[in-house]
Design a protein around this ligand. Structure first.
Ligand SMILES: *Cc1c(COP(=O)(O)O)cnc(C)c1O
Length: 394
């Protein structure tokens, strides 16, 4: 190895270790299910985004197997050359119908959907106005666009309106962008207010529903449906990697928007499309969302049960309104210790500290799914209560 690289890596890794931020990957043995084996230990899993249990749903697994048998394991090219298979088009049409929009384009991930869309629509001379807690893929898209970036305090519509007034004469395009559900806090964006301000000040509106797809709205149609704002959000992003259970991201909007992205979004143009098994499993997932509404009902029953239990124990669960429930601890090292001790006692809930959240908002994040039993959640609550008391968190 080049000496300069070796020295750089050693310094960086030592610094992480000194700040107790060095983590090794937890290894999942077997399936992503509510009682799973990580690092050789059986734990109650409160850390996956597999909201509806779809990553192991029979119909999705069967669809993936059949597509592999029929079409092979890879698409063999990028979408714009030879890698657009019929099943890719079927999936995009199914998502567009589901979301009640003209058209949809699927990307390899939610990350590339956001980064590819923001960076192709906006450019030098344009302005992006972004919630401070937006996802890293939005932030990267903003940077790649080379547009000007203004950040408003989390969900602060007053401050947002001030920025829109200050920039009323801005000559370029303006994009107002927000997560639909915020991934660290589980709170919902004030979408009606964002729509109104966007319309009043002539800004394009984009919402990233990664944690809302399959969770909020009728059959999991997302925040636009949840608030009844169809036709008033220009660009809707979703992921196929969380509630949908597989992998990918998508952008929904007008036919023109999608045709533009076909020509300009760089991850679409320069990175190979999904294997047929991925597209087929996603296609099956949208059918299941509509035919088996009981999964979303169970997800919300479990969410209410678990949140009530945490609050009864006296934990600070912040502003959460969705299945993502943080337990705010306030000190990074204590949050990590809480998480580690929970794991040792059979409960897997990820500790999250700086730089993902500010040190004073350090936390353990929990996510329940439709496939947890209440007995399992009750067991997790008991362990969390005992460890929380011993560490003086409650
Ligand atoms: C997870 C997430 C993404 C990325 O989605 P992937 O499909 O995992 O790449 C984008 N935006 C938000 C808000 C997310 O939480």
């Amino acid at each position: 190895m080049a000496a300069i690289l070796d020295a750089f890596l050693s310094d960086e890794l030592d610094a992480l270790r000194q700040k107790h931020l060095f983590r090794s990957l937890r290894i999942l043995e077997g399936q992503q299910v509510p009682e799973a084996r990580f690092d050789g230990q059986s734990v109650i899993n409160l850390s996956s985004n597999n909201y509806l249990g779809f990553s192991t749903h029979r119909r999705l697994v069967e669809a993936a197997k059949q597509a592999t048998d029929s079409f092979g394991v890879g698409s063999g090219a990028v979408r714009t050359i030879a890698g657009t298979m019929q099943i890719h088009m079927e999936l995009e049409q199914a998502i567009a119908r589901f979301k009640q929009v003209e058209a949809c384009v699927v990307f390899q991930s939610g990350f590339t959907a956001n980064a590819g869309t923001v960076s192709s629509i906006l450019g030098k001379g344009d302005l992006i106005i972004s919630d401070e807690l937006n996802h890293a893929s939005i932030i990267d898209g903003c940077r790649l666009s080379r547009g000007e970036i203004r950040v408003f305090p989390h969900k602060d519509l007053n401050r947002l309106e001030e920025i829109l007034k200050e920039t009323a004469q801005f000559p370029g395009k303006k994009l107002l962008i927000s997560d639909g559900v915020f991934s660290m806090d589980g709170d919902i964006a004030p979408l009606p207010g964002l729509v109104e301000l966007g319309e009043r000040y002539g800004a394009i509106l984009m919402v990233d529903d990664a944690h809302a797809s399959g969770v909020l709205g009728r059959n999991g149609r997302g925040t636009v449906d949840h608030f009844g704002l169809h036709g008033r959000v220009d660009i809707q992003v979703g992921t196929l990697s969380k509630a949908i259970g597989s992998l990918g991201g998508y952008v929904c909007g007008s036919r023109k928007l999608i045709e533009f992205l076909y020509h300009r979004a760089r991850p679409f143009l320069f990175s190979t499309s999904h294997p047929p098994a991925v597209a087929a499993s996603c296609l099956a997932a949208f059918q299941v969302l509509q035919e088996e509404p009981e999964w979303i009902a169970r997800l919300w029953e479990n969410t209410r049960f678990f949140k009530a239990g945490l609050e009864r124990l006296g934990f600070d669960t912040g502003q959460s309104e969705t299945p993502i429930t943080p337990i705010i601890i306030g000190k990074g090292d204590l949050a990590m210790r809480f998480s580690d001790e929970l794991f040792a006692r059979g409960v897997f809930a990820q500790g999250i500290g700086f730089p993902t959240v500010p040190e004073a908002r350090s936390r353990v994040r929990t996510i329940v799914t439709a496939t947890h039993t209440q007995q399992l959640l009750q067991r997790a609550l008991e362990v969390m209560g005992q460890v929380g008391q011993r560490l003086g968190i409650i």
